[in-house]
Ligand binder design. Structure first.
Ligand SMILES: [Zn+2]
Length: 299
């Protein structure tokens, strides 16, 4: 963590201890900017920019599927109190829409203005844009601007942290490419659980041959016909592994793997991140973790 943030974090801790010492420490004593991030990747980027300078509530935590998420009572409370709400957009935070009506927060959609991946010449509605670090770098800029507008006193900290994290993301981008480059050209093909890795594949030169769940959401069960088509594609293309995700039930993926003799890797991070302390609880850690698992399975 860059120095200014650490100093401020210490100050925040000291203040908290002091408040606790007075005997009536409540949530209301926390004078920090109240920020809500809708999904785990947005939360991780916000954390990298803000450190402990803001009070951050992440609604869809690591390990939880955002596609099927419904707003809980304590989420609605966090949204009502939030001064800044950071959302991903492209449909991943639709669960928030109802709660937003009563909110006076500055609401910022991080994918607004980003160059979306093209699919058959049309801008893709694939929301999983954080799997390309260039998008993360752009989103860090947006987060720095949003937090600085809401809390100008801490703008210098947000800017310094943001710049440091963007440098980290540039480095990780090169490291991930180097890892993927160890896979023989002919093996750079993936079958995934749902269509979460389009941005990753496009950035690093992999081909997503098919997905178990058709589409970019997780709420659909594939039909018998769709599974049969996938099995046929996998055989024809000679795909070595099927990649399921930490937050999606891998039962259909396992069935396809059994029929085709493919390996199953069932702990890639598609929608989510690793639990705290796993090393994949940050965007940079998650990207490296996925790259290593993909390379190990396809080499
Ligand atoms: Zn997804």
């Amino acid at each position: 963590m860059p120095r200014p943030a650490r100093v401020l974090a210490l100050l925040a801790v000291t203040t908290a201890i002091f408040a606790a010492g007075c005997g009536n420490a409540t949530e209301e004593d926390d004078a920090r900017l109240r920020v809500v991030a809708t999904i785990a990747p947005v939360g991780a980027l916000t954390q990298a920019v803000a450190g402990d300078t803001v009070r951050l509530d992440i609604l869809v935590r690591a390990g939880v599927d955002p596609h099927e998420y419904e707003l809980k009572a304590n989420d609605a409370r966090a949204v009502a109190k939030a001064q800044v709400i950071l959302r991903n957009g492209l449909g991943t935070d639709a669960f928030l829409d109802k709660a937003l009506k009563d909110s006076k927060a500055l609401v910022v959609t991080l994918t607004d203005g980003l160059a979306l991946r093209l699919e058959d010449g049309v801008a893709s509605r694939d929301p999983h844009i954080w799997h390309d670090p260039r998008n993360d770098i752009a989103m860090v800029d947006t987060i720095v601007k949003a937090l600085s507008a809401a809390d100008p006193a801490h703008a210098a900290i947000f800017e310094a942290n943001g710049r440091a994290y963007q440098e980290r993301l540039h480095t990780v981008d090169r490291e991930v490419q180097a890892i993927i480059d160890t896979i023989p050209m002919a093996n750079r093909k993936m079958v995934t659980d749902h269509e979460a890795f389009g941005y990753f594949a496009a950035r690093y030169g992999l081909t997503v041959v098919g997905s178990v769940i058709p589409g970019a959401s997780t709420g659909v069960e594939p039909s018998a016909g769709e599974i049969a088509t996938l099995v046929e594609t996998v055989r024809r293309e000679g795909v070595h592994a099927i990649f399921a995700e930490s937050s999606v039930d891998p039962k259909v993926a396992r069935r396809v793997a059994e029929e085709t003799g493919m390996k199953v890797v069932d702990d890639l991070y598609g929608d989510s991140l690793g639990s705290p302390g796993s090393g994949a609880d940050t965007i940079d850690g998650m990207l490296l973790s996925n790259a290593r698992k993909i390379a190990d399975a396809l080499k």
